[in-house]
Design a protein around this ligand. Structure first.
Ligand code: SF4
Length: 386
């Protein structure tokens, strides 16, 4: 398949690996930001093929995983109302809130529907003018533009029974928070290529310079990951720390101007809590005052939310790269994809789900040195930033 198989070529992978092995002289820790990249790495065993000195730390870039528990509980509350049609992408339905999930709300009679686009929800609102239709708008810079466009359309078309429960997050403030954490070991980043296809790379040079870390914009196929690692390691070995676009087939430096204009029109930057991590300043978007009428939190006064995370779940540490999923005691026992304790075990981009899917049968063979390095990390609560 064009643009897929050619980026999975084993001969090219071997040549890239040889180059990385020949370049590395010292230990380096790189963070892949996106959960999609984590799944590629674990699925193809890329971390096990790299030199022992190169550690890949899994980052917080899973939109489902970082959606705050309080917002999930608000979604459950709104979806339970008899006059509401609650629309969401399918991966949110099994994310555990406090005590239940959206599937349970549906089994109890709630009108919870899986849609493939926010515009599907808008159409449902047009077809059901007597019902309130709410779309669950979560995710990073990738899903924000279509959500913004949908709210823009709702206002333009005058559809009063449509609203959106918004919990969008932004990558650069998360990188900033990770680098400012006292327990941070990350020395370079593989930035999420699809985020950069929207936003461009303008936010990264200052981060790279200030924290003296190479940031390589990286795609999602195995050769993309290997090329991202190769370029990051080469910079580290040379003492460089610049922004490098290794995903030029999709990312232009200026990003997508139409998407950026839509974001600018509909959203405004706000502080945002990340599930398991805490509040990161300026790390989210909310609907701007012009679109406040379409804000589900504003429309439905949801109260009495008392969140409660399972004590066993350590997904906050997983999301910050301080713990590998199999080092959580509940992994594969108390917590599985069928009975998840945390969102990182549910999401198709969650690190715990990746380890469960692709590595649970061989966990006894995970390289001991890499496990030991991770276990030695300080706990994240020490961070004053996140
Ligand atoms: S394995 Fe389950 S309980 Fe452990 S951190 Fe991951 S989601 Fe949480």
């Amino acid at each position: 398949m064009k643009y897929i198989e050619e980026f999975q070529d084993p001969d090219l992978a071997r040549r890239l690996l040889d180059d990385i092995h020949a370049t590395v002289t010292r230990p380096w820790a790189l963070m892949e930001v996106c959960g999609g990249q984590t799944h590629t790495i674990i699925r193809h065993g890329i971390d096990q093929l790299l030199p022992e000195q190169v550690e890949l730390i899994h980052g917080p870039g899973c939109p489902v995983c970082v959606t705050p528990l309080e917002v999930i509980d608000k979604a459950l509350e709104i979806a339970s109302r008899p006059d509401v049609v609650f629309c969401s992408f399918g991966d949110m339905l099994r994310v555990p809130g406090t005590g239940r999930d959206l599937f349970q709300v549906r089994s109890e009679g709630g009108d919870v529907r899986v849609v493939y686009s926010p515009l599907d929800a808008l159409r449902i609102a047009q077809e059901n003018p007597k019902r309130q239709v709410v779309f669950f708008g979560i995710g990073f810079e990738t899903t924000a533009p279509p959500n913004a466009m949908t709210v823009h359309q709702a206002k333009k078309l005058g559809i009063p029974n449509f609203s959106m429960l918004v919990s969008h997050v932004r990558v650069p403030p998360a990188i900033e928070a990770i680098m400012r954490s006292p327990s941070c070991r990350v020395q370079g980043f593989l930035a999420a290529g699809h985020v950069c296809s929207v936003m461009g790379v303008r936010e990264y040079p200052e981060l790279a310079a200030r924290h003296r870390v190479p940031i390589v914009v990286t795609g999602f196929e195995p050769l993309d990951i290997l090329e991202g690692v190769r370029r990051a390691v080469r910079q580290l070995e040379r003492g460089e720390h610049t922004v490098d676009n290794a995903y030029a087939r999709a990312v232009r430096p200026e990003g997508n101007p139409a998407a950026l204009a839509m974001l600018e029109d509909v959203f405004e930057v706000t502080d945002r809590a990340w599930r398991g991590i805490g509040v990161i300043p300026d790390s989210g978007w909310r609907l701007s005052a012009r679109y406040r009428d379409f804000d589900a939190e504003h429309r439905f006064s949801v109260s009495g939310i008392n969140t409660r995370e399972p004590a066993e779940c350590r997904s906050g540490e997983v999301l910050q790269g301080l713990l590998k999923p199999h080092e959580c005691e509940a992994f594969g026992t108390l917590c599985t994809p069928r009975s998840p304790l945390g969102a990182t075990m549910v999401s198709s981009e969650g690190a715990c789900a990746a380890y469960y899917l692709y590595r649970r049968l061989e966990l006894g063979t995970v390289p001991a040195a890499k496990t030991a390095k991770t276990a030695a990390s300080a706990p994240l609560e020490a961070s004053p930033v996140v």
